[in-house]
Design a protein around this ligand. Structure first.
Ligand code: M6R
Length: 614
């Protein structure tokens, strides 16, 4: 989704253009449809913006010198107003004294726009909600004669979510940012400082980061970063050291980030486990404040998330119900918050999110907290909003996930689900030592098993080549395999634009089977020993209507070849943990289908990596 980079450095060095464009490139993975930059040159902030990729922006600014030491950059993902040059950020007021970039949505922008047009005769240059902010700051500056006061006065008039970053030619050596429900961070450089929506934007120059909290203001100059709390008084903030490298966010020889991230899964799983398994082999939830008393007191678990993270929740439900014997509801975050859910002090609310910034998930978390639930989260991005607003966090150690299609975040989320289930089961006394140890050793074996599975990549690529022209694909499964079917289907549709559909296999006969005809492609997950035969019957049902079936099954179930047309085998493992493996061939299949179809795999159309609007 939208990305922000602000930079202020030594006036004599004049590096702003280069550094800001570099930063925007690092944020491309978030998804965007236009980009722009504003640089301070000869007393004014000069703005250039262009619809499309950064290369378009670079073309129009390539020859211009723009010797500047301060500026803002933005990548926009359209909400209000189509992608266009005019709607791209930055936006300025009419006399060009104030320039802003904004992530989020201003809910009362129509009201504000009307006042600006009627009372102040403002002529708008774009259809965006964001432009009103620049005009308002300009008008408020005339009243206050002070940039910071003008920003605060403006923010007090706005409703909605924002990471707002502004510059003003009357006070040209500072950048002011205000945050509400959209991520914002500041970076401490050497002789320069940064403000951004995401760490990779400035990681090449900065290791020490300050997280800006909700309703806080940050004033960034080349020598100083001042944070003001919601009461607008200075607050002190500890810096966070970023240890991961910018290279971790590079492709490392792979053609796409998605493929690289698929192959990083064994390592991500190993990392996630290593951080949480003690030398004696037991799960260590150090730093998690949930006590035995808390766990015994829960009468229900709610898992809430979006997209792929929601699918991790579907698998997590099976694990937690089986091991901890407690009812689990799984909900998509955008539905949860608006239906007055049954949540109270006896509810354990688990939010799952790779980015930790998904607005729907964050809003659901807040709703659950308001109702008294204990909030636990499974998050990949350290220090993100979901992590900070939770009572406890179990991090996935997948490393930065750049491709829009989530892969390594998903499998590490599954690992966390099993750790939670095992831990709760042990505390509640619903599993014995033997079972606990068996599942733990199954989890520890996953990285190696996954590597042998990934060695089948070429074979799966060939299957993908054969079927890449299909326009409809069905994914079916039972039990935990059903969650995997949903995830496989999402992977395929989001990167290849094939219309794919996932359904619980037993539900086929209640309607969807009407769509089966000669050569319909069905991908059947059949990795549960206890449901193997039931699933086989479902495969036969589709075959009887002419479907071509690709099955995913365990090595030990070679008998499936009698019914399925093609089988991808995963290494043998216990039923409970098979989703960690069975999703991998589906990720690889989706990747190669999309590649055959010539799709933009890492940045699929209409999608963003981090969805920070409702
Ligand atoms: O950052 P989050 O895990 O909260 O994101 C949730 C979804 O937006 C995300 O999983 C999305 O569905 C992915 N594109 C799927 O590959």
């Amino acid at each position: 989704m939208c990305g922000i980079v602000g930079y202020v450095g030594e006036p004599k060095e004049k590096q702003a253009k280069k550094i800001i464009i570099e930063g925007l490139k690092r944020l491309e993975y978030r998804g965007y449809d236009s980009a722009g930059i504003a640089l301070y040159v000869d007393g004014v902030f000069e703005t250039r913006k262009h619809v499309g990729g950064l290369e378009n922006l670079e073309k129009i600014i390539g020859d211009e010198k723009f010797n500047s030491h301060i500026g803002l950059g933005h990548t926009r993902w359209a909400t209000h107003g189509a992608p266009s040059d005019a709607n791209a950020h930055p936006h300025s007021n009419e006399d060009n004294t104030v320039t802003i970039v904004h992530n989020g949505i201003i809910e009362n922008y129509l009201e504000l726009k009307e006042v600006l047009a009627e009372k102040h005769g403002v002529k708008f240059k774009s259809e965006t909600d964001s432009e009103v902010i620049a005009h308002l700051i300009g008008i408020n500056y005339e009243k206050e004669g002070d940039f910071l006061k003008a920003v605060h006065r403006t923010v007090d008039m706005m409703r909605g979510a924002y990471a707002l970053v502004a510059v003003c030619s009357h006070e040209p050596d500072k950048i002011i940012g205000v945050r509400k429900d959209a991520p914002m961070i500041a970076g401490i450089g050497k002789g320069c400082n940064f403000i951004a929506s995401d760490i990779p934007a400035f990681l090449k120059y900065v290791r020490e980061v300050l997280i800006i909290e909700n309703n806080e203001t940050v004033i960034v100059t080349k020598d100083d970063i001042t944070i003001l709390g919601s009461d607008r008084k200075p607050v002190s903030r500890e810096t966070m050291h970023i240890s991961w490298d910018v290279d971790a966010a590079e492709k490392g020889g792979y053609e796409h980030f998605m493929l690289k991230e698929i192959h990083e899964q064994p390592e991500g799983i190993r990392e996630t486990l290593t951080k949480r398994i003690r030398e004696d082999g037991m799960i260590n939830l150090d730093g998690i404040s949930m006590t035995k008393e808390d766990i015994d007191g829960f009468n229900k678990v709610y898992i809430v998330a979006c997209g792929t993270a929601y699918h991790a929740g579907l698998v997590g439900k099976h694990a937690i119900e089986k091991m901890a014997r407690i009812p689990v509801e799984v909900d998509v975050a955008s539905e949860f918050r608006y239906r007055d859910p049954f949540v109270d002090e006896k509810t354990l609310f688990i939010a799952i999110s790779q980015s930790g910034e998904t607005l729907d998930t964050l809003a659901a978390l807040r709703e659950a907290k308001k109702k008294g639930a204990r909030v636990f989260s499974v998050v990949n991005v350290v220090g993100s909003s979901v992590a900070r607003e939770s009572d406890d966090v179990l991090y996935t150690w997948a490393g930065p996930e750049i491709a829009v299609a989530s892969t390594k975040a998903y499998t590490t989320q599954l690992i966390c689900m099993y750790l939670i289930a095992l831990f709760m089961g042990k505390v509640r006394g619903t599993i014995d030592e033997k079972y606990y140890n068996e599942i733990l050793s199954e989890l520890k074996a996953m990285p190696e098993k996954m590597k042998t599975l990934l060695a089948q990549e070429d074979k799966i690529a060939k299957v993908a080549k054969k079927f890449h022209r299909k326009e409809n694909v069905f994914f079916i499964g039972r039990g935990p395999d059903c969650g995997v079917a949903y995830e496989g289907s999402l992977k395929l549709k989001e990167i290849s634009y094939i219309n794919s559909f996932a359904i619980a296999a037993g539900e086929l006969k209640h309607g969807t089977i009407a769509l089966m005809e000669q050569d319909t492609l069905v991908i059947a997950l059949d990795t549960q020993d206890c449901l193997f035969e039931k699933m086989l019957s479902n495969i036969v049902e589709t075959k009887a209507r002419g479907a071509y079936v690709i099955a995913v099954a365990k090595e030990g179930h070679r008998d499936i070849e009698v019914e399925a047309d093609y089988v991808i085998y995963i290494p043998d493992c216990r039923d409970e943990v098979s989703p960690i493996l069975s999703v991998v061939p589906l990720q690889v299949f989706a990747y190669y289908v999309a590649k055959e179809r010539g799709c933009n795999i890492d940045k699929p159309k209409n999608l963003a990596k981090s969805v920070t609007v409702e």
